[in-house]
Write a protein that binds this ligand. Structure first.
Ligand SMILES: [Zn+2]
Length: 43
């Protein structure tokens, strides 16, 4: 069951170095291309 508007499985990630934001599923491990540090997830 997929419906548009369901964002419950996406969380916001923020880079602790440059404060860039990204959104994705909670299991992602994002690395900032500028700072080369892992984004911190915000549930
Ligand atoms: Zn960064």
């Amino acid at each position: 069951m997929e419906r548009t508007g369901n964002r419950s499985n996406r969380i916001k990630y923020t880079c602790p170095g440059c404060a860039a934001n990204a959104w994705g599923k909670p299991s992602l491990k994002l690395i900032c291309g500028e700072c080369h540090v892992q984004f911190a997830g915000e549930p």
